[in-house]
Design a binder for this molecule. Structure first.
Ligand SMILES: *[C@@H]1O[C@H](CO)[C@@H](O)[C@H](O)[C@H]1NC(C)=O
Length: 316
């Protein structure tokens, strides 16, 4: 059975509640982020070249798929002239291990007619990931449309990353003896725009709980997809730095703080609960962003914990 690592939503709520109880958000900012140290449990991390294959479950427009595909293609692409870039954000994952994980956009599979139905269990997510012919050199990503119901979605999490066994090696073979050899990493993220944008697409939607602030304009003009990018960024960082449950995390293994969840709610310098921090704003559209990717596309990416400094690294 897959190990599961999710808790984006739980952590967002924890941060929001902490903010509500504090005297003023400003004080929280002045005392800075609580010190978090992720512990290296010395298990395997993902390193080297990996393709990221996408399975689109439900109906998505071409523009929606392009937003996410461009984000994935930006992760390990040569840094564009624009700064800060998506690849400079992803470069923080290389500070966890000398052999960086280079991610490239792989193949995409469409399932617009919901072959497993509109309601999915976590086992269904693993089955969908398995359709991407996953192997150790790939990360399988399942993205569900706004009308798809996934167990726990919106109630306890916005997505998850996990690992599962690829096709079982023959009994007694050398492969069978090597722990982790046949496992692949997979990620699920849901488009939350119809079900819980206040929980899973903050700060592009008014938060459901905690200190209220006006929502930001989404850089790709799509609250659901720009929210998917934030959660996918979070989960890919977790997947490469803690793919099989023995990498970098703090807290209980079943609900760990990982590379980005250790910095939940932080997008730019000066963030405090309810305020994502300083960001770049497009003068024409009013959209907030902090990273530029391939073809000049803009994204808002969450802060990532930097193991060299023990700080949450923000691009802006
Ligand atoms: C990884 O991918 C890069 C870019 O495509 C390529 O230059 C490099 O040779 C690859 N490395 C390995 C070990 O395959």
């Amino acid at each position: 059975m897959a190990h599961r690592y999710h808790s984006l939503l739980v952590l967002l709520l924890a941060v929001a509640v902490a903010g509500a109880g504090a005297a003023t958000p400003r004080q929280l900012f002045l005392v800075t982020q609580p010190a978090v140290t992720l512990t290296n449990h010395h298990g395997q991390l993902l390193t080297g070249n990996h393709s990221v294959n996408l399975l689109w479950y439900g109906r998505f427009t071409t523009a929606q798929r392009a937003t996410v595909a461009d984000f994935v293609a930006s992760l390990s692409s040569p840094a564009p002239a624009h700064s800060p870039s998506v690849s400079s954000w992803w470069a923080t994952t290389a500070r966890y291990h000398p052999g960086a994980a280079r991610l490239a956009l792989g193949r995409q599979v469409l399932d617009p007619s919901l072959s497993l139905g509109r309601r999915l269990s976590e086992a269904d997510l693993a089955s969908l990931a398995a359709r991407l012919a996953p192997h150790r050199g790939s990360v399988a990503v399942v993205i569900t449309a706004p009308d798809v119901l996934v167990d726990g979605f919106c109630l306890s999490h916005c997505g998850l990353h996990a690992s599962a066994s690829a096709a079982a090696p023959p009994k007694g073979s050398p492969r069978a003896a090597t722990r982790g050899r046949g496992r692949f990493a997979y990620v699920w993220v849901g488009d939350s725009s119809e079900q819980c944008a206040g929980e899973c697409a903050w700060p592009f939607h008014q938060p459901t709980y905690g200190p209220q602030a006006p929502p930001l304009v989404a850089p790709n003009a799509d609250v659901g997809m720009d929210g998917v990018v934030i959660n996918l960024a979070t989960l890919l960082a977790g997947a490469v730095t803690n793919p099989y449950g023995g990498g970098y995390f703090q807290g209980p293994a079943e609900a760990p703080l990982e590379a980005v969840t250790a910095c939940t709610g932080v997008f730019g310098a000066g963030a405090y609960p309810g305020y994502p921090g300083q960001l770049s704003v497009d003068a024409a559209t009013g959209a907030s962003f902090n990273a530029v990717g391939v073809a000049g596309r803009r994204f808002l990416l969450p802060a990532m914990w930097d193991p060299k400094t023990s700080q949450c690294f923000t691009l802006v």
